[in-house]
Design a protein around this ligand. Structure first.
Ligand code: HEC
Length: 140
């Protein structure tokens, strides 16, 4: 389990380093309004991760859970217009998006149970999806 996680992290790191050297990201075309909508979502994603970390360090487990579910989890999909945006995404990109929503809902349930270490332990499953998608795709 631990080794599998380390290997996944190493793979992601390699992909990211690779994409720093040469931009191999696939360009995804979408109308300008959708681009702005998506980037707005993204800025909230990073804010949500920050707020989750702040809640965890303050031992506010219910707060961490609620932020994850409402802003990143399965419950956030309608808010983000995920169904509408998925039409513009390559299949694999959409799948990474779905894995992020699933991981966030999983984190939300773990945090709700109140075990802080277990919650921390599942947080990187969310950020793994952020990193994987950023390594593979661009919209501008
Ligand atoms: C399904 C794909 C996908 C997932 C998942 C994803 N992103 Fe993004 N994100 C993108 C793309 C594509 C861009 C635009 C990159 C470009 O065109 O250079 C972007 C851009 C961003 C930006 C820049 C916003 C701006 O205004 O320029 C931030 C911040 C960001 N993402 C944060 C996150 C965080 C944090 C997560 C995870 C919680 C996340 N993203 C998950 C695809 C994704």
């Amino acid at each position: 389990m631990k080794i599998a996680k380390i290997m996944v992290s190493a793979l992601i790191a390699l992909t990211v380093v690779g994409s720093v050297e040469a931009d191999n990201r696939e360009m995804v075309q979408m109308p300008e309004m959708m681009q702005e909508h998506m980037l707005g979502n993204m800025r909230d994603h990073v804010l949500a991760i920050h707020e989750i970390l702040a809640a965890l360090s303050g031992d506010e487990m219910d707060e961490a859970s609620a932020i994850a579910e409402e802003r990143l989890g399965m419950s956030s999909m309608r808010l983000h217009g995920a169904g509408h945006m998925a039409k513009f995404m390559p299949k694999q990109m959409g799948a990474i998006g779905t894995s992020m929503h699933r991981a966030a809902s999983w984190f939300a349930r773990t945090a709700e149970e109140g075990d802080r270490l277990a919650a921390y332990d599942s947080l990187n499953q969310i950020t793994a999806a952020c990193v994987a998608c950023h390594a593979g795709y661009r919209i501008r």
